[in-house]
Each structure stands twice: as C-alpha cells, then as structure tokens.
Design a binder for this molecule. Structure first.
Ligand code: BJW
Length: 233
C-alpha cells in the first residue's frame, strides 16, 4: 500500500505555531498573497527578514505533537511506500522522527544566497544581512517559497502520487496551488483520498475526519494500519 500525506499549517497549530488563514493567522489582516511574495521582500527587505527571524527563533519554543508523531510511526511501518509532503517550513515532522519528507515550500532553518545560489542550514538571524558563507556577499534570504516561485521537489511528489493508493491531506485549507491540486491527481490515478481538518474543506475527498489533528491523525493512522493488516490476513 503506497501512501502520500500532504500536511499544512493546521498540523502544527496545536504545537503553538499560527496558521495562515485562520482568524488569528500569521499575517493578521494581510492576505498571504500580498505578503509572501518576492515583491514584498524587495519593497521592505528588513521587515520580511525580521518576520522570518522571529519565526525561526520561535521553533526553539515549540515541540512536535501527537499528529506529527503518528505520521512518523506510519513511516516506520510503511518505509519506502510512504512519502510525507509538507507545505510547512517548520521542522516538527523531522523532530518527531519523520525522514521521508519533502518540504515543498522550503524550510525556516535554511537560507539561500541570491547571488551564488548556495543553500545552507541557518540558526541565526538575517535582518543584520550577514555575508554568505560561500561567496561572502550579503545576499541571504529565507529558503522559503513565495507566491510566483517554483516549489521544491515537484518531480518526486508527482512520481509518488502517480503510484499512490491512499492520499491524505491534513490541516491545509487547500487554496494554494500546486498543493491544492494533488487531490485531483490522486483521484485521477484511482487513489482513496482522505481529508483531516477541524472543518470540512472543499476538494474531492472520499473520506473526511473532522477534528483537531492531534486527535484525528492518530485515529486515521490506526484505522489505515488496521485495514492494511486485515487485508494481509
Ligand atoms: C487544523 C487545525 C488543527 C487549523 N487540526 N487542522 C490563480 C489560480 C490558481 C493558482 C494561482 C492563481 N494565481 C496564482 C496562482 C499560483 C499560486 C496560488 O496558488 N495562489 C492562490 C492563492 C490562488 N501559487 C504559487 O505561486 C506557487 N507557485 C507556483 O504555482 O509555481 C508555478 C507552478 C505551476 C505548476 C506546478 C508547479 C509550480 C507557490 C506558492 C507558495 C506559497 N507560500 C506560502 C509561504 C511559505 C513561506 C512561509 O511559511 O512564510 O506557503 S503561502 C502559505 O500558504 C504557506 C503555506 O504553506 C500555504 C498553504 O497554507 P496552509 O498550510 O493550507 O495553511 P492555512 O492557514 O491556509 O490553512 C490551515 C488549515 O488548517 C485550515 O484549513 C484550518 O481549518 C486547519 N486547522 N487548526 C487540523 N488543530
């Protein structure tokens, strides 16, 4: 059984990280499409650097939750038949034990040099415009994917969905493409599709688990594995 899971900000909400589009969202009052853009960065570089510096620092104050851990357990059971695609830039999946993770919108603890293209791990700040360790120029930016930029890992994601038996979308509003289109692709290849969210989202899902991720994700993983074990009997 091949499984692809797509996660969004909702899976980290109960760890204490704000989502984007809920009422008390990360970009309070601003549409993400107006803020998370290369144009916004060019217009006010210091503001955007500070925003990401604060979010990077906040990672040290949060911990993975039961939903992250349940997905790490699922990976341990399924091995190479499992791929976790996350839109999140936090590292809570890795800290819960997941290893087969594609960060399609980049990672907060990584930076990219606009001059030489180097991509590096980074724990410090960027608002002070430190020199790139590779080329020495002060051209580092957060290694995240803004609107209009091309997400990471698309070939690997498409190859996995092409063969998938079960596709699950967890804690994502399903409004940002290309991730929002994965469910249609999974449908087209005949996969069973599942949504897990506190609210019923749109999209072509066969099954919906409504509730907080820390409750519904462990339950879904249990259901999935029970079905799989029954099928193998
Ligand atoms: C819980 C919960 C709990 C809460 N338990 N659940 C017109 C039509 C179609 C497409 C376009 C268009 N115009 C432009 C586009 C393309 C554009 C796009 O999609 N725009 C739309 C807004 C219309 N997309 C792009 O530009 C992308 N690039 C691109 O398309 O390149 C070309 C291409 C073409 C074809 C193939 C490949 C490429 C790039 C998108 C980059 C998005 N970047 C951001 C910022 C990342 C850095 C950062 O973190 O700061 O990514 S924006 C933001 O939205 C972030 C997220 O990853 C992303 C998705 O948000 P997410 O995770 O769904 O969060 P929320 O807040 O929206 O939802 C949270 C959900 O959790 C809710 O449903 C809650 O109910 C739920 N929830 N608590 C369970 N406890």
């Amino acid at each position: 059984m091949k499984v692809v899971v797509l996660t969004g900000a909702g899976i980290s909400a109960e760890s204490g990280l704000a989502t984007f589009r809920d009422a008390d969202g990360l970009w309070e009052g601003h549409r993400p499409e107006d803020v998370a853009t290369p144009e916004a960065f060019a217009y006010d570089r210091a503001l955007v650097q500070r925003f990401y510096d604060e979010r990077r620092a906040a990672l040290a104050r949060v911990q993975p939750n039961a939903a992250h851990r349940a997905l790490a357990d699922l990976e341990r059971r399924l091995g190479d038949d499992f791929l976790l695609v996350t839109q999140n830039v936090d590292d809570l999946h890795e800290r819960a034990g997941s290893r087969r993770v594609v960060h399609m919108h980049g990672r907060l603890r990584h930076v990219r040099c606009e001059e030489c293209g180097a991509r590096l791990e980074w724990e410090g700040t960027l608002v002070d415009e430190p020199p790139c360790p590779e080329c020495d120029r002060p051209a580092l930016r957060p290694d995240v994917v803004w609107f209009g930029e091309y997400p990471y890992g698309m070939d690997e994601i498409h190859a996995a969905i092409e063969q998938v038996d079960v596709f699950a979308a967890i804690g994502t509003s399903g409004v940002v493409y290309p991730a929002a289109g994965f469910v249609d692709y999974a449908h087209a290849v005949g996969a069973h599709t599942v949504a897990l969210n506190t609210v019923a989202t749109g999209g072509d899902f066969h099954t919906t688990y409504v509730g907080p991720a820390t409750e519904v994700v462990p339950r879904w993983v249990e259901d999935l594995l029970a079905g799989r074990l029954a099928a193998l009997d």
